[in-house]
Ligand binder design. Structure first.
Ligand SMILES: C[S@@+](CC[C@H](N)C(=O)[O-])C[C@H]1O[C@@H](n2cnc3c(N)ncnc32)[C@H](O)[C@@H]1O
Length: 465
């Protein structure tokens, strides 16, 4: 008796981009969970592979993922797979005919593509590979330009470009369903952005952050270190309302020196609102304010669905907070020098993260996500240095390498419980909530690494790098 295969017992093949490899799993998990579905890896799951098989999901679930993902290129309904073409044929022959038939009808048109990972295959060889699929009951006509259905034979030749095998390690065949949103990386490129700064976040990473944060239509998203608003742009594209703060008056007001080459001053209307307008998302703009993240100006309560941010690391911009006379150490009575009240003082990295986590614990809704970058000195990195908080659960922590000795880690946390006063002091009472003090010397380590590497003082040439 042929078993009826319901929609959810079909399998789907995800073809992923081989960049930002560590960011892919948390992205796909987050996007599936937006549809209320858990990621279930199959027995051969290899996180680093460009191909993942998804089970226990429906076509609608994977279509929803593809509407948001910048890590995955395409998704296919998997009809067959195997270590060899013989295994693939056997697997295809066992695939329920009723699942294939709607796409093979005589009044429909189709096309078969061949995709080879880590190997270039000549046109003639591609045709030969397509010919091996002749046994499939295609009854429609081939149409290469505008087919009703597209099928794909995908071959994986491993990841070593210096040792490409004669035959593929694994082969798949499936019906193409949808492509991901990788085009956004180009269409939202900061090179074409109206308002940019020295530290504007790359478009691809901004979308990944929004996805890790599970931002969705009508959410309210906040960036406390908003800069030129690149993260707001990505969140607004997914339909969230966005707001932010920054200590820098010129950045918030879009005035002062320009960051573009060949342009001295920022032009009129070079501001965050104009960036959103550029992408048709001005209706998502709530507001931006000049405000110091170390001084909480917000009313008590859960205000934000997500906090997506890129705090300063002190490399391209200084880590400063507003100072006051009270915070100054009093000079001795006999001090004759000029009395000076600083307008700003150092904001140590460990304090930035303590304040950020406390802020998120206070102002996120339950299950709301905090997504932020943490700079790390690689030789000293261990997982324990990731700041913890009693109200927040660590969801993912992915590395982006900056140099041989430095990297930044994209940290995603989710709010579990409401904030109580004692939680704000947890970092003083428990070692595991105390952010790693070594973060504070990140800037010195970053530049000492540069000096060691080149043998000269590159700091002189980096200015406000
Ligand atoms: C890495 S940049 C953020 C860049 C931003 N994601 C973008 O795409 O333009 C960090 C920002 O934090 C701001 N900043 C530094 N110290 C701050 C503080 N104490 N409070 C609020 N913002 C601060 C800086 O002015 C800078 O714009």
């Amino acid at each position: 008796m042929a078993l009826h295969c319901s929609r959810t017992c079909r399998k789907y093949l995800l073809h992923l981009a081989q960049e930002n490899v560590e960011f892919r799993l948390p992205e796909i998990k987050a996007l599936l969970s937006l549809s209320g579905v858990q990621f279930t890896p199959d027995e051969h799951f290899d996180e680093k592979s460009p191909f993942w098989v998804l089970s226990n999901v429906s076509e609608e679930d994977v279509r929803n993922v593809m509407k948001r993902t910048v890590c995955a290129k395409s998704v296919f309904e998997l009809w067959g797979h195997g270590r060899t073409h013989q295994e693939l044929q056997l697997s295809l022959k066992n695939y329920p005919t009723e699942n294939m038939v709607p796409y093979l009808k005589s009044d429909s048109t189709y096309k078969i593509n061949v995709y080879t990972f880590n190997k270039t295959v000549l046109h003639q060889e591609r045709i030969q590979k397509i010919d091996t699929l002749e046994f499939l009951p295609f009854s429609g006509k081939v149409n290469l330009k505008n087919p009703d259905h597209v099928f794909c034979l995908l071959e994986n030749y491993g990841s070593d470009p210096n040792r490409i095998p004669e035959d593929p390690f694994y082969v798949y065949f499936g019906r193409w369903i949808a492509d991901g949103q990788r085009d956004l990386i180009r269409s939202f490129s900061v090179k074409k952005r109206h308002f940019i700064g020295n530290t504007s976040m790359d478009a691809g990473l901004s979308f990944i952050m929004a996805n890790h944060g599970k931002v969705k239509a009508n959410d309210l998203v906040f960036d406390p270190f908003v800069g030129t608003g690149s993260l707001l742009v990505a969140c607004a594209h997914f339909g969230s309302y966005v707001c932010g703060t920054d200590i820098d008056y010129n950045t918030i007001h879009g005035i002062g020196k320009a960051s573009r080459k060949n342009q001295k001053w920022r032009g009129p209307d070079e501001n965050i609102r104009a960036n959103l307008r550029q992408y048709g998302a001005e209706k998502s703009y709530v507001d931006v304010l000049v405000s110091d993240a170390s001084k909480n100006v917000w009313r008590t309560g859960s205000l934000f669905d997500a906090i997506i941010t890129d705090p300063p690391y002190g490399i391209r911009e200084s880590t400063r907070k507003t100072g006051s006379q009270k915070e100054m150490i009093k000079p001795p009575e006999d001090f004759n020098g000029e009395s000076h009240v600083p307008v700003s003082m150092a904001y140590h990295l460990s304090d930035i993260f303590t304040d950020l986590l406390n802020f998120a614990a206070k102002h996120l809704v339950i299950n709301g996500r905090l997504v932020y970058w943490l700079p790390v000195y690689r030789p000293e990195y261990k997982e324990e240095i990731i700041p913890q908080h009693p109200c927040l659960k660590l969801i993912s922590n992915c590395e982006q390498t900056l140099s041989s000795h430095t990297s930044r880690r994209l940290v995603t946390m989710e709010k579990l419980k409401e904030f109580e006063d004692a939680d704000g002091l947890a970092h003083l009472l428990h070692a595991r909530f105390n952010p790693y003090q070594g973060h504070n010397s990140f800037r010195e380590k970053y530049f000492s690494g540069l000096k060691k590497k080149t043998g000269k003082d590159e700091f002189k040439n980096t200015k406000k790098l």
